[in-house]
Design a protein around this ligand. Structure first.
Ligand SMILES: [Zn+2]
Length: 169
């Protein structure tokens, strides 16, 4: 709580924040609060427990936040013929889309060999493109976490610059 109070004091107007690393982080937390980031990471870790990974043993979990604050979790789902394997990020998106959701704020992603969170797990290229279909890359946040306290936050645009989306057609 003390940490949050300090951040409030350091706060500056949003449009002046883009030039500084800390400012960019604060701007991102204006979209999704620190407490929601932790909540999403927790949910992603929960989602990871359902990972079906008999081949790679690399477990991944995700938690997708809608603009109405609803959370959809996902896990990776492997397949004996490999190609049909689905990533945790797409699982969460497809669950949400199939439930009628269309507006999203952020996704948290966790993972590691045998479910041990040792490194950040960035989304694969295919998932980045699927995410791109449904979000504004300038404001949608991708949260990569090793724990509830240890995370990185990116705008999708940072992970997928010059992207091709629905408005290009
Ligand atoms: Zn993927």
């Amino acid at each position: 709580m003390q940490e949050q109070n300090n951040e409030q004091q350091d706060y500056e107007p949003k449009n002046s924040l883009v030039l500084q690393e800390k400012g960019v982080l604060l701007a991102k937390h204006e979209i999704v609060s620190r407490s929601m980031v932790k909540n999403l990471i927790r949910e992603a870790i929960e989602g990871m427990k359902n990972a079906y990974t008999p081949y790679s043993h690399f477990h991944v979990g995700s938690a997708l936040l809608t603009t109405k604050q609803k959370v959809y979790t996902g896990c990776n789902i492997e397949n004996a013929s490999y190609s049909p394997t689905n990533c945790a990020e797409r699982t969460a998106f497809f669950k949400a889309i199939s439930e009628g959701e269309r507006d999203f704020s952020a996704i948290a992603i966790v993972g590691g060999k045998n479910g041990v969170l040792s490194e950040f797990v960035p989304p694969c290229g295919m998932c980045r493109q699927v995410i791109r279909e449904f979000v504004d890359p300038k404001s949608f946040l991708v949260i990569l976490a090793r724990s509830e306290e240890d995370y990185l936050i990116f705008f999708l645009e940072e992970l997928l610059p010059l992207s091709f989306g629905p408005e290009n057609l």
